[in-house]
Design a protein around this ligand. Structure first.
Ligand code: TRP
Length: 361
């Protein structure tokens, strides 16, 4: 099944609301391209955008040293809404990495400090405006997580996750705690940009907000971003499938070239067939990478037109994508080294409790 069809099915089945241009306060190429494409809790989202009184929060699970290109859409969404949010928080989900991947805390901290946080900053997250915390060091999360567990039944978790392994339960209650944690500081709406795979947590969290007797939380909304497809044409890049992902940074450019060259093509099987029928853009991996990389709308449209009509060949779009990736990586690498140094000098703002938010905001 194609990526788009699968997403449409998720949308219909889980009642997500699609977002259009008018739902956003200002421009971004990812809006036109439907990369920022859906949400849960549209009314609250409208309110947040109108009144600009909300917090922004998302999480990184540092289960592998480097991030992959697939992460850029969430980072772009974070940057986009960071301009409007009162507080923005990036959670380092080290407990989740422990309970779902068996990564020890020291290791995930090292990954976060050396790779993940510098990568997020290199891609444009504002270090002056972003608060960070490790799940394992934030002493307030448990106050929410334990109430979540009190208000939840096993069958509910099974219905949401289809799985009720204890590690899942712990990670999920902590994720709900992450999402609501800023409200211990101040009750306000929360905006959570994530990939569609995180929707179960959002549903769980929104249900819990309605149910808890202990807290008066305001509702949260998610904004869903589309994923960069895996190089073999799978739905998304994954750290556990390195052959089919592009990593940031990606050091071996020959391997990168090979990866792009072997990536799944929507072009015709032969040049003749291609010239006759053109390419299927929906399933073509290089084209879909370009949708995330190219900033210029006109340039992307032109390529879409030439490739779809069969004028541009699959080899040509691969070559072009490789060149664009090189440009992107060059810029990324420079900023990445700068921010590795920046983070190692403890220039970023870590917090361990909600009380520390008031010292900073
Ligand atoms: N579960 C997320 C992931 O797999 C990470 C995460 C933890 C998160 N806490 C969060 C995301 C809170 C959004 C909000 O990457």
């Amino acid at each position: 099944m194609s990526i788009i069809k699968r997403e449409n099915e998720l949308i219909n089945k889980f009642g997500l609301e699609l977002l259009t241009k008018n739902d956003f306060p200002y421009k971004h190429t990812y809006i036109n391209r439907k990369i920022f494409f859906a949400c849960r809790g549209k009314n609250e989202l409208k309110n947040m955008i109108k009144n600009r009184n909300f917090y922004l929060l998302t999480g990184i699970m540092p289960s592998y040293e480097r991030i992959h290109l697939g992460t850029i859409a969430v980072i772009e969404a974070f940057k986009y809404f960071q301009k409007l949010a009162n507080i923005s928080i990036l959670v380092i989900a080290d407990l989740e990495a422990l309970s779902t991947r068996g990564i020890f805390l020291d290791k995930s901290k090292e990954y976060a400090l050396k790779y993940h946080i510098p990568s997020y900053l290199a891609l444009g997250i504002d270090p002056q405006k972003t608060l960070f915390y490790y799940q394992s060091e934030n002493i307030d999360l448990q106050k929410i997580a334990f109430d979540v567990s009190y208000e939840t039944t096993l069958s509910e978790l099974q219905a949401i996750y289809g799985d009720s392994h204890p590690s899942r339960i712990l990670a999920s209650t902590y994720q709900v705690a992450d999402i609501l944690f800023p409200q211990l500081y101040k009750t306000m709406y929360g905006l959570i940009p994530v990939g569609l795979d995180q929707d179960p947590h959002i549903r769980f969290c929104r249900d819990y907000i309605r149910r808890t007797r202990l807290y008066k939380f305001k509702q949260v909304s998610s904004v869903y971003v589309r994923s960069v497809p895996g190089l073999n044409g799978s739905e998304k890049m994954s750290k556990s499938d390195p052959e089919n992902a592009i990593f940031l940074p990606e050091d071996d450019l020959d391997i990168l070239k090979k990866k792009i060259w072997l990536s799944f093509s929507g072009g015709g099987a032969t040049v003749m067939e291609h010239k006759e029928k053109g390419a299927n853009l929906e399933i073509d991996v290089p084209y879909n990478i370009l949708r995330f990389l190219l900033k210029d709308e006109k340039e992307l449209n032109e390529i879409a037109h030439r490739y779809k009509s069969g004028e541009m060949l699959s080899g040509e779009i691969k070559e072009f994508t490789y060149i664009k990736l090189l440009e992107f990586l060059k810029e990324f690498n420079e900023k990445f080294s700068y921010f590795q140094d920046y983070v190692s000098k403890q220039n970023i703002m870590f917090i361990n409790s909600y009380k520390e938010i008031s010292n900073i905001v």
